[in-house]
Every structure is written in C-alpha cells, then in structure tokens.
Write a protein that binds this ligand. Structure first.
Ligand SMILES: NC(=O)c1ccc[n+]([C@@H]2O[C@H](COP(=O)([O-])OP(=O)(O)OC[C@H]3O[C@@H](n4cnc5c(N)ncnc54)[C@H](O)[C@@H]3O)[C@@H](O)[C@H]2O)c1
Length: 388
C-alpha cells in the first residue's frame, strides 16, 4: 500500500443488518484495494437504540457512538456517511447528510416514493456531493459478465427476459410487525424492498423501461407487534395484532425501450425460497441465466445454432467486474458482503475522483419512478408509460 492514499473519514447511521455490513465494507476496502485511491477510516456510528451504537463502535474501532444521528453531521471530521436506517428516514437523514456537506452512501430504495428519492438527488446536486445506493447485485462479477455479453451483442437482440426476486423473510405468520409492514415507514413493501433491486438490474442490463402493467397482493394481512426494539426479520407471538399495510407480492410486465419484453416477479412470502434472485435473458441468438445463490456462475447459450444450441456454465474469474480484487483465479466463490466491499470502493473512488461511479441516487430515482408506476397500474388496472 502506498502512503499517498486520500484519507476519507466515514460514519454509519443505523447499526442494524445493513449498518454492520457497511461498517465491515469500509474496514475491508484497503484489504482488497491496496492501491486506493481512498483510505477509509470509520470514525463514528449512530443508532437510536440505547447501547447499540456503543457496541458497534467498540467492535469496529469507531471513536464516536451516538444515539442522535445529528451528532454525526455536526462532526466536522466526518467526510462521508452511510445511511442504513429504515426507508421512511432515508429522505430526511439522506438530505441532511448532503446539506451538511458530506458524501452519502444510502441504502435502497431511498425513501418511500419517487418524490423522496428526487429530494435526496436534489440535495446531492445542490451540494455537489457524490452518492452511492445499495443496488449491490449489479456488482456481482457474473452480472458484469452478463452486461458485457448483452452489450457486445453475443446473444443477438434481446427479445424477452424474466427477473425473479423471491424470499421467505416474511413468510412466517409470526414475523413481527416491524417498520417494514407499515405504509408510513416501509413504504410499498416488497416493491421497494426487492422490486427496487429488480428494476435496477433490468435497467442496468437491458436499458430503459418504456411502460409497465403490474399486479400486487398481501397474503399475510395481520402480524403481531414486537415487544421491543427490532433488527432484521425477527418473530413475535402473542402481541397485539396489527394490519400489514404494504404488499407481499409483485408481478409486473414491462416493455423496454429496446422493444424487448420483460417479466419481474418479487415475493417476500415465498416459502421454500431463500434469496432466490436472478434472471433469464433471451436474445435472437442466445440466452443468459444467473442465480444469485450461485453467484460466480453464469449459464450461457452462445453460438449460431438457434435450435438445439447447448448452454454451458461460465465460472467468472479475473476480468469480470472486480473479481480480481477478491480471488486470483476463476470459480472461487464470492459472498454477499463482498458485493458491499465493491460498492464501498466505487463510492470512495467517486469521492476522490469527483466522478460518479456505480449506482447513484439518480438510479434510485428511476427505480422509484417505476415502482410508483406499478402502484398506479394496480390502482387503475392499466398499462402505465414511464417518463424518462
Ligand atoms: N441492499 C440490500 O441488499 C439491502 C438488504 C437489507 C436491507 N436493505 C436496506 O437497508 C435499510 C435498513 O435495513 P436493515 O435490514 O439493516 O434494517 P434493521 O432494522 O436491521 O436496521 C435498521 C437500524 O436503524 C436504526 N434506526 C432506526 N431509526 C433510527 C434513527 N432515527 N436514528 C438512528 N438509527 C435508527 C435501528 O435501530 C436499526 O438498528 C433499509 O432501507 C433496507 O431497505 C438493503
């Protein structure tokens, strides 16, 4: 490691699952990217649950722990902030981070609606700060390989595609009624939670969305309120029952600007499906298939046969995305947290260079616009065009 790396002092607000993953990612960046250009130092963490910030500050070596997130913004030594709080706080805290002159790495979906995402994007623009958004599946080297194959025309013209985001994290009827299930806190439910990843991947791989029609459903209409502070997807039994206010399931058909047709399905109540995320992309000459759970494998059917053309498994390796920062040779599996290290590196490099890199709040605005259009489509029972 050279000594001329640019120090970037970072903080994390919201020390739940994602807060821990962001904190770990910052700590690991110098291990995987010794050439820099940034040298992150985690200096502060905040969480409103008493004691939670102190616990994580001690674990990650941050010198400051706060229960009030504003203390992080008042600290002049902090250059950049991760915002990993529940969705309903994204707009307020994300905009405040930027207005305090700090760079922002914020989790998806960036608020509850397109208006929230736009407000954060406007704060970034007026303060000329860099942003990053947690659309981490883009960073998988196999997804990078798929993007290159599509862009190079290796599967011909894309005709149709399916994107699937199935999970069981809300499948248990005793899953606690946390912020995720409240309209004013978790927004549109599985749309923002998993659908946002799907929309971003579709745009990233296949280009803009022209119009869409959607259907949604709530399959578990009531849950028990938790007794105390929550983190992640915990169970609660016996508490007062309350209504689930946002969707468990999404099914959408999309017409892409290229003319290709696309199906997006997302479910948080799919029993038997754990992180079953992926896509199939069909073109006039070939096919690509990816399953997140086999992150390093890309199934490809390439050639000139059209009919009876075999498919084969490509194990990604150095040369695909940022794979080489993690493993020296193909077929060494990477993990979810590695995708966040890549995201952190893109964010830190964008701070040093001043150039946007990776997914930014502009991408979150497009994603939120598509999700809002899905809500409109469900309410009106019609195809909805998307503004570009
Ligand atoms: N990119 C991904 O793959 C991915 C995965 C999971 C979650 N997320 C996103 O990350 C965000 C957080 O999700 P999570 O699963 O980590 O949730 P979580 O409930 O585990 O953590 C949220 C944390 O924020 C804290 N918090 C709440 N209000 C606060 C406040 N006012 N000030 C400071 N801290 C506060 C909570 O105490 C908790 O520790 C959500 O927006 C979610 O959509 C993204």
């Amino acid at each position: 490691m050279t000594n001329d790396l640019q120090p970037v002092r970072v903080a994390v607000i919201g020390m739940g699952w994602m807060g821990r993953v962001h904190a770990q990612a910052y700590v690991r960046v110098p291990h995987h990217y010794p050439e820099g250009p940034a040298l992150p130092e985690l200096v502060a963490v905040a969480d409103d649950v008493p004691g939670r910030a102190e616990t994580f500050a001690a674990r990650f070596g941050a010198r400051t722990a706060a229960t009030d997130w504003r203390a992080v913004l008042d600290d002049p030594s902090v250059d950049a902030v991760s915002v990993t709080v529940p969705n309903f706080l994204h707009r307020e805290i994300g905009s405040a981070v930027l207005d305090a002159g700090k760079h922002l790495w914020i989790e998806k979906p960036v608020g509850l609606t397109e208006a929230d995402a736009v407000a954060v994007a406007e704060a970034a623009a007026r303060n000329d700060r860099r942003t990053a958004v947690g659309f981490n599946y883009r960073n998988a080297p196999a997804v990078q390989a798929a993007r290159a194959l599509v862009a190079d025309g290796r599967i011909g013209d894309v005709t149709h595609a399916r994107f699937r985001f199935f999970s069981d994290y809300a499948a248990h009827p005793d899953g606690a009624l946390t912020w995720r299930y409240r309209a004013d806190r978790g927004g549109n439910g599985v749309l923002g939670d998993l659908g946002s990843h799907g929309v971003d991947l579709i745009r990233y791989l296949l280009g803009d969305i022209d119009s869409l029609v959607a259907d949604t459903a709530i399959f578990i209409p009531e849950r028990s309120e938790p007794a105390g502070a929550t983190s992640g997807h915990q169970l609660a039994t016996g508490g007062r029952r309350g209504a689930v206010e946002n969707d468990d399931f999404l099914s959408a058909q999309l017409r892409l600007a290229s003319g290709a047709r696309c199906v997006l399905e997302a479910s948080r109540v799919a029993v038997g499906e754990q992180n079953s995320y992926g896509f199939e992309i069909h073109g006039t000459e070939g096919m690509l298939r990816w399953d997140y759970r086999r992150m390093g494998e890309l199934e490809t059917s390439l050639g000139e046969s059209y009919q009876d053309q075999p498919s084969t498994t490509l194990f990604v390796g150095p040369g695909s995305g940022d794979y080489a920062a993690f493993q020296p040779g193909a077929a060494n599996p990477m993990g979810y947290d590695d995708l966040k290290v890549i995201e952190a590196q893109h964010f830190l490099r964008s701070i040093v260079t001043g150039e946007p890199e990776g997914a930014t709040v502009a991408d979150a605005v497009f994603s939120a616009r598509a999700l809002d259009a899905m809500t409109t489509s469900v309410a009106d029972g019609r195809w909805v065009p998307l503004r570009s």
